[in-house]
Design a protein around this ligand. Structure first.
Ligand code: ADP
Length: 342
């Protein structure tokens, strides 16, 4: 499909080039034809002077022939010129068409990858549930306790599916323009985000410490609370019990910044460029406990930072912990697209 689009665009580009080239050639041919006509007429006038009204000598005859020959030469040269333009223009059009369609091809590839990853992630819990149910249905002596275990396991899978679809919905929400910038208080944002995660922190015996210098800035309350909650949730998920997660936040004249520091698993430097990609998860085989997740949290966080024209930076050391810092402009609408706020 992409090839066909390249060919079609190449033909369009070539048609425009050839239209210009042929039009230009016809114009040149007409202009030079007029000039030659005038030259011939002048020659004829000169011949009128002699007795027979025809070229009187070999030089005069030769001159008329030269004019005819030149006219023919111009026509031949213009045909060659257009053939060269056809070949050169064709090659150029092909490369230009490929270049023009490259971003669309990349977006299509990313979309296909995303659909394949999402389908794979959705299929895994569904397959697990189906297998368990089929085995249970075939078992004629299924006990009540076993049936209850099966339901419990199915519920866990359903919970995973819910988490995944919620993540996908959040991604879709951030992809669109569904954001409402209002003046916000940094402190209330951080407090709301902490409320979302503190039961999980308590369950894992992780102490959450906040150090906030309050201030006002503009942003989408729902999205930014979500962003902070994702960073806090990860800090809690990837830290051993009994450790501390520190959240620091402040607003100065240019930007608001929020950082979340943990003393948990940390990451290798080679993983850091990929952790914001959708469905990317650091190889969990090294860690002792398996942590649930789909690799969507940080890509949602990055998308939220992007819509606020902000940036997320990460520093991490394997086995020592990580620190994620989000820097947001005071007013995202005043920041030119693509211009860094730092
Ligand atoms: P999820 O946590 O659902 O796997 P994320 O997109 O939130 O997805 O994170 C991507 C990966 O980055 C995680 O799988 C994890 O390996 C790594 N990661 C994120 N935050 C931390 C952290 N605070 N400490 C260690 N690793 C982290």
């Amino acid at each position: 499909m992409f090839r066909a689009a390249v060919v079609r665009l190449t033909l369009w580009y070539l048609a425009v080039i050839m239209l210009l080239s042929v039009g230009f050639s016809i114009w040149i041919y007409n202009v030079s034809g007029n000039e030659f006509g005038a030259l011939q007429a002048r020659q004829q006038e000169l011949f009128q002077g002699n007795r027979f009204g025809v070229p009187g000598n070999f030089t005069q005859f030769n001159r008329l022939q030269q004019i005819d020959q030149s006219e023919e030469n111009i026509a031949t040269n213009l045909i060659y010129f257009n053939l060269i333009i056809l070949l050169g223009g064709g090659t150029l059009s092909y490369f230009l068409a490929k270049r023009t369609l490259r971003p669309i091809e990349e977006a299509m590839e990313a979309q296909n990858r995303f659909t394949a990853d999402a389908s794979h992630e959705l299929r895994t819990p569904l397959t697990a549930m189906r297998t368990e149910l089929e085995v249970a249905l075939r078992d004629r002596e299924l006990k009540l306790a076993e049936s209850k275990d099966l339901h419990k396991s199915n519920l866990e899978e359903i919970e995973k599916l819910e988490n995944l679809t919620n993540g996908l919905l959040k991604l879709a929400k951030q992809d669109g323009a569904d954001v409402h910038f209002k003046t916000l208080s940094l402190e209330s944002l951080v407090t709301d985000a902490i409320k979302q995660v503190d039961s999980r922190a308590a369950k894992r015996k992780i102490a959450l410490t906040a150090n906030i210098v309050d201030g006002k800035f503009k942003g989408d309350a729902w999205a930014l609370t979500e962003l902070i909650a994702i960073l806090l949730d990860n800090a809690i998920k990837y830290s051993p019990a009994g450790t501390e997660v520190l959240i620091s936040a402040e607003v100065n004249r240019q930007h608001a910044s929020i950082s979340v520091q943990d003393h948990g698993a940390g990451m290798k430097a080679s993983d850091l460029p990929y952790i914001f990609n959708r469905f990317y998860r650091v190889d969990a085989s090294r860690s002792k406990e398996k942590v649930d997740g789909y690799g969507l949290g940080l890509s949602i966080a990055k998308q939220i930072a992007d819509t606020h024209k902000g940036v997320i930076a990460v520093k991490s050391k394997l086995g020592e912990g990580s620190i994620f810092t989000v820097t947001l402009p005071i007013d995202p609408k005043k920041v030119l697209a693509g211009k860094s706020i730092l």
